[in-house]
Design a protein around this ligand. Structure first.
Ligand SMILES: C[S@@+](CC[C@H](N)C(=O)[O-])C[C@H]1O[C@@H](n2cnc3c(N)ncnc32)[C@H](O)[C@@H]1O
Length: 404
């Protein structure tokens, strides 16, 4: 044992030092990113008005190596990584929702807001005399729809400062006798009731699961929903489709092959792994869509929000596949006479979620009629559980993308 001890000890010491260095670097980078986000309050989680931040871009380049090769198997408790976040770790997230602009963008997204409104107003029998919990009430719009639809009591909870505006808004509309607003994280507040009949929430992020807010809705359901109660929206699908857009591939990827006569091909390693949130031209779709995950908010467990799925894309054009696009559909369905559905897909009216595009570094030649098989894994980034890592096994290549 003695002869093994010295190398073993140095190996262990080196491994420990490397782990500490890695975690310190990561903490430093996350802190810098939060400082940047915090300073530029106009960087909401869902806005594309992203201001370039030198610390953030620096972090991303370094982080790509650390994150994409990192051990992402750290186990979190049953409450899940979002419930476990400390206040300071989630401060940037909630401060991004403190500014009015992100709420203006969401309220002006008619597909989104009118779907909630139509579902609530067209199903007043579901809401009549019920106790409703609005998880992440923002400006209070969903709480007010529910109150107008006849709910007996509505409780809106939000940790962001926007809730103070919501309090004024509720008073401006004389709904304070029905709606009670609470500032705090749903995982930490004390509600004035033990159980609620209905939970409503607009929790969806890019590619559905970005932001990991569904974790908080699941927490609320398990904690507060009465037997026989319902969560709305209830059914959600995530879909993928193949994209052929040689022009965009040239602009984003091939561009780096020759920049004013210089090779910058190494830049592709930084560009490719960042999923892009943008509105896709429907004419660039070259396959039928394939649903990779269905989530029922009344029954989903946290483990359903990280998954691996095999898919097969039925190709509709002989061309080069340059990217995979992801999007989601939402249904207000169970127990209501008037169902409401909306889609964030490229063939539908655009929403503020746009679509999420995963560019392929090397285009793949495809033939009309063929099935393009693949496997996708979606998981939270353990080092920042509000962001996602999406891995594709496609055409004998493995590619991991970050959504952050
Ligand atoms: C997408 S916005 C929706 C706002 C509003 N319901 C609407 O539809 O316009 C989500 C809101 O949920 C809040 N939120 C997210 N997670 C939360 C949590 N765990 N506890 C309390 N509020 C939360 C955010 O601060 C944000 O204001």
């Amino acid at each position: 044992m003695g002869s093994y001890f010295v190398p073993w000890f140095f190996h262990k010491l080196l491994a420990t030092l490397l782990t500490i260095l890695n975690e310190t670097l990561d903490c430093l980078m996350i802190t810098l990113q939060k400082l940047c986000n915090f300073k530029t309050r106009s960087v909401p989680m869902r806005s594309d008005h992203m201001l370039p931040c030198p610390f953030v871009s620096g972090r991303r380049l370094l982080a790509q190596d650390l994150v994409l090769n990192a051990d992402t198997t750290r186990v979190s408790s049953a409450a899940g990584p979002i419930a476990e976040l400390r206040e300071d770790e989630d401060e940037a997230y909630f401060s991004s929702y403190g500014h009015y602009s992100i709420h203006e963008e969401m309220l002006k997204d008619k597909v989104r807001t009118e779907s909630y409104r139509d579902f609530i107003y067209l199903n007043q029998d579901v809401f009549k005399d019920k106790v409703v919990l609005d998880v992440g009430c923002g400006t209070g719009i969903l709480s007010m729809f529910a109150a107008r639809a006849g709910a007996r009591k509505v409780i809106g909870v939000d940790q962001s400062e926007i809730v103070y505006q919501a309090m004024d808004i509720v008073r401006l509309n004389n709904l304070e006798d029905t709606i009670t607003l609470i500032k705090g994280r749903i995982e930490e507040v004390n509600l004035p009731v033990d159980k609620v009949d209905i939970i409503i929430s607009e929790w969806m992020g890019y590619f559905l699961l970005f932001e990991s807010m569904l974790d908080s809705v699941i927490y609320s359901r398990d904690m507060y929903l009465a037997e026989g109660g319902s969560v709305y929206p209830d059914r959600c699908n995530i879909s993928l489709a193949a994209v052929g857009d040689a022009q965009k591939h040239q602009d984003r990827i091939a561009f780096w092959d020759d920049v004013y006569g210089f090779k910058m091909t190494c830049m592709k390693k930084a560009v490719v792994p960042e999923a892009v949130v943008e509105v896709l031209k429907p004419e660039t779709l070259i396959s039928e869509p394939s649903v990779i995950q269905t989530i029922d908010c009344n029954t989903a467990r946290l483990s359903d929000l990280e998954f691996t799925a095999d898919f097969s894309l039925k190709i509709t054009q002989s061309t080069q596949c340059t990217a995979i696009v992801g999007y989601f559909d939402i249904s207000f369905d169970g127990g209501c006479g008037n169902k409401v559905v909306f889609s964030t897909g490229p063939r539908c009216t655009k929403t503020h979620w746009k679509q999420t595009v995963f560019l392929l570094e090397e285009p793949v030649a495809v033939q009309s009629g063929q099935d393009l098989p693949g496997r996708v894994t979606v998981r939270k980034n353990r080092k920042d559980p509000r962001s996602l890592l999406v891995t594709f096994d496609l055409a004998e290549r493995k590619l991991t993308y970050s959504l952050q």
